[in-house]
Design a protein around this ligand. Structure first.
Ligand code: CO
Length: 153
């Protein structure tokens, strides 16, 4: 019994030692959902400034297609939000409602429809700790409701 008991303790301690490291890595990966009522489920997202890479996963929890209720996740400096949304309307769905080579777009996913999931991974070096960032959906008209604050640091 004694050796088994010691093994169990060692496994528990090993698990505890690994847990904080796994948690730190997960903090650089965040998730958000959109629905058929033109809403994100989160008003803000936050990742620590210690992240080297950031991954944002977008789920579309609805049923409507991307042509009528498409959602994407687009990261910008907050003052650029309206201009990026407007430029996206003329870019059209073929460009995921993002003007090609728009330098104001820091990171973005593609447009998805109901039941789909997509993600984007980008280097944290694109961002300044404590900077003023926002995310939006660039599907025409959606950014009135579908926007939020992105906190880095
Ligand atoms: Co949308």
């Amino acid at each position: 019994m004694k050796p088994i008991y010691l093994c169990t303790i060692a496994a528990l301690l090993g698990g505890l030692a690994l847990a904080p490291r796994a948690h730190a890595a997960d903090a650089c990966k965040v998730e958000i959902s959109g629905n058929d009522m033109m809403q994100y489920d989160k008003q803000s997202l936050a990742v620590p400034a210690t992240c080297k890479e950031i991954t944002v996963t977008l789920h579309h929890a609805g049923k409507l297609g991307k042509d009528v209720m498409g959602h994407d996740w687009v990261l910008v400096a907050t003052p650029d939000l309206s201009a990026v949304a407007n430029a996206g309307i003329s870019a059209g769905i073929a460009n995921n409602y993002i003007e090609p080579n728009d330098k104001r777009v820091l990171a973005h996913t593609k447009i998805i429809g109901g039941g789909e999931t997509t993600s984007v991974t980008f280097p944290a070096s694109l961002l300044k700790a404590g900077g003023n960032y926002s995310y939006l959906c660039t599907f025409p008209g959606h950014s009135a409701l579908m926007k939020g604050t992105f906190k880095f640091g």
